[in-house]
Structure formats: structure tokens, C-alpha cells
Design a protein around this ligand. Structure first.
Ligand SMILES: *Cc1c(COP(=O)(O)O)cnc(C)c1O
Length: 354
């Protein structure tokens, strides 16, 4: 048996799998409406919104691409600081949109003031931001960047919170975020296959004004169906059963407790790294609380470490992503981990390091 400590997908609990194996129901009946409605309060609380939270049967990229198609009428500014955020710019280009980017070195965070200067050039109507850049372990300053974007009327802000949603508080409405999106295989600790997202009224107004939104990812279709506690097409019903279970367990634990648990579990990994002389790839002040990305020291045989950890203890961590594969390694503390389970991982890593 092995256990995932990679930053997604992550370990899924037996209880979640049990919830997912409930008998199938039709999605155009009242049972489904009740199931759908039951997910809303905690999804909304986690996002800090009173807006409906839509359920998309897709991975996060479905909604990331859809945000561009639904919301970019003039020109998009993609804020790029790692594998996922860089790729969002590529996707803008693949869609044939007018797109520009702010590119910082991997391992650095996006500067709100650079965003302000770029938007001041004019012509933009959309900004994409990855809150927690999972490839580098950098967490961007969402409140500061949102404040900058909001100071430019007519510019909408899409925030990918894929690897931070449910692990820390979000204030979508207060910050004026227009789309907040997450995939369920990260901190929500579900098997992959679904994404959740909420849209501001301004986002829906923008979508209405744009052609070529298609059908499957049309935000207006999501909004119309959500009024009836439903989805445009047949959703991943088993995953929604799993989501209902996870949201119940999140509410039972308490959101504040859950956020504190993620922070303290993350601190355990930071302390472990410090003990062994592993430096954080992300700068102080911009470090993720759901995963840690360490820089591989020159003399460290990272590949053997990762292989032995799996072979001897069954724990799987990640050896770097994209162009920093082999140069960094990443350890997730998202989801259901506790001080005890993190301690087990740490003891195993210590054992392998000898
Ligand atoms: C994992 C991840 C994605 C990609 O999600 P998919 O579910 O593979 O589409 C996007 N953004 C971030 C920040 C991620 O961590």
C-alpha cells in the first residue's frame, strides 16, 4: 500500500470512497436537487461568497479555459510565475485571444505594483491569477493583487485557488474576485474529475455579452441550471456524493480548525526541511500553506531519496514539476492529514535520510 503526499491528486479517505459508492440517482430529479443544494453552504463559506458555487464535471483546466472564453472580450493579462500560471498564457494564445503576460522567475511571486503598471497601459478587460502556484510552492498576495485589479473598472479578475481552496480562508465577495475556481483532487481530498467555481454578477454580465462561449462550459448555462440546483449536463454524481461527505466533515471539524491544521502541518514540513538543510524554493512571505517546495541541494541524491521513501515506507512525494523537475521536490500537507500522519511521513523521511 502506498500513500500520496504529492500536491494532487492526494490521499482519499475510506469514508469518502464509501460515500461515493452510494446507489446512483438520476440527475433531473428531486433527490439530485437536494444533494446539489446540500453542497452550497460550505462551498460558499469556503469561498467567502453568497454567489452560487457551480459544479463542473471537468478537471480545473476546464474552468480555467472556460474563464477565458466566457470573459475575455478585449485582452487578457496572464500573471505567470510557474508551470500552471505560465500555461494559462499558452491557453489564451491557443484560443486566439489577445493576451499579454507578466512573467516572473519561477520561485518568485507576482508584484501587485507591476500589475498596476501593466494595467495602466490600458486595453485589458481580464486578469488571470494563480493564487497558490503548485509547481513552485509560491503563494501570491491575493488581497493586494485583487485591490489593484479592482482599481481598474471593467477589468475582471479570475483566481485559480486550485491548491489552496478549503485550506485557508477566501473572501471572494469582499475582494471583488469575479471567478474563484478549484479542482476537487487537491485540498478537498476527492478523486480527480470535478471542479467547483463561483462567478460574480459582473462576470455573468460579461459572459452574456460575448459570443462563442460554446455550451459545455457556458457560464450562463451553469447559472441557469444552478437556480434549479442542477448542472447543464450529467454531472459526476458519485463525486458529488463524495463532495457532500467531505463538506460535512469540513463543517464538523470547523473551518477555522481546518485552516489552522493546514498551517501547523505545513510548519512541521518546514521545520523538517530546516533540520536537514533544505531551503524553501518560495521566498519567505509568499510560501504556500498546503505544500512545500524544497530546492535540491547540489550534493543531494533526490531521486534515490524519493525512490527509497516509496519502496521502504510506501510514501510518495514529488520530484519537481515542469522545468524544475529534478531540481526541487514537493511535499503536500493538504486534505485530511493530521500532526500524527505528518509525523509518520517525517519519521519515514528521516529513516531514509539515515
Ligand atoms: C493541479 C492544478 C491545476 C490543474 O488542475 P487539473 O485538475 O489538472 O486541471 C491548475 N492550477 C493549479 C494551481 C493546480 O495546482
Amino acid at each position: 500500500m502506498s500513500k500520496l503526499y504529492i500536491p494532487g491528486p492526494i490521499n482519499v479517505s475510506k469514508e469518502t470512497f464509501a460515500a461515493m459508492s452510494q446507489p446512483m440517482i438520476g440527475h433531473r430529479g428531486s433527490e439530485f436537487e437536494v444533494l446539489y443544494a446540500s453542497t452550497q453552504p460550505v462551498l460558499q463559506q469556503l469561498a467567502g461568497t453568497t454567489r452560487p458555487v457551480f459544479l463542473s464535471t471537468s478537471s480545473a483546466w476546464g474552468v480555467m479555459e472556460a474563464s477565458l472564453r466566457n470573459l475575455c472580450g478585449k485582452k487578457v493579462l496572464n500573471l505567470c510565475c510557474g508551470a500552471f500560471s505560465d500555461k494559462w498564457f499558452d491557453v489564451s494564445n491557443k484560443l486566439g485571444l489577445a493576451a499579454e503576460k507578466i512573467q516572473v522567475e519561477w520561485g518568485e511571486a507576482i508584484s501587485p505594483e507591476v500589475v498596476r503598471a501593466k494595467l495602466a497601459e490600458g486595453g485589458f478587460d481580464l486578469v488571470t491569477l494563480i493564487h497558490n502556484e503548485t509547481s513552485t510552492g509560491v503563494m501570491n498576495d491575493l488581497p493586494a493583487i485583487a485591490e489593484v485589479v479592482k482599481s481598474f473598472p471593467g477589468v475582471l479578475l479570475v483566481v485559480d485557488a486550485v491548491s489552496s481552496y478549503s485550506a485557508m480562508p477566501f473572501a471572494m465577495d469582499a475582494l471583488g474576485i469575479d471567478v474563484l475556481l478549484a479542482g476537487v483532487q487537491k485540498a478537498l481530498a476527492l478523486p480527480p474529475g470535478m471542479a467547483v467555481f463561483a462567478c460574480s454578477e459582473a462576470a455573468l454580465e460579461r459572459a452574456k455579452s460575448l459570443p462563442n462561449r460554446g455550451y459545455y462550459f457556458d457560464f450562463i448555462e451553469f447559472a441557469k441550471n444552478a437556480e434549479k440546483n442542477n448542472t447543464p449536463s450529467t454531472p459526476a454524481i458519485s463525486l458529488i456524493f463524495g463532495l457532500q461527505h467531505m463538506l460535512g466533515s469540513i463543517a464538523a471539524e470547523g473551518l477555522e480548525q481546518r485552516f489552522a491544521r493546514h498551517a501547523s502541518n505545513n510548519a512541521l514540513i518546514h521545520a523538517w526541511g530546516a533540520r536537514h538543510g533544505f531551503a524553501n524554493f518560495a521566498p519567505a512571505g509568499n510560501q504556500s500553506v498546503t505544500l512545500t517546495c524544497f530546492t535540491k541541494p547540489d550534493a543531494f541524491d533526490q531521486a534515490t531519496f524519493i525512490k527509497s521513501l516509496k519502496a521502504k515506507h510506501g510514501y510518495i512525494i514529488n520530484g519537481g514539476y515542469g522545468k524544475i523537475k529534478g531540481l526541487t521536490f514537493r511535499i503536500s500537507n493538504m486534505g485530511n492529514e493530521t500532526a500524527t500522519t505528518m509525523g509518520e511521513l517525517i519519521a519515514a523521511m528521516d529513516d531514509v535520510l539515515g
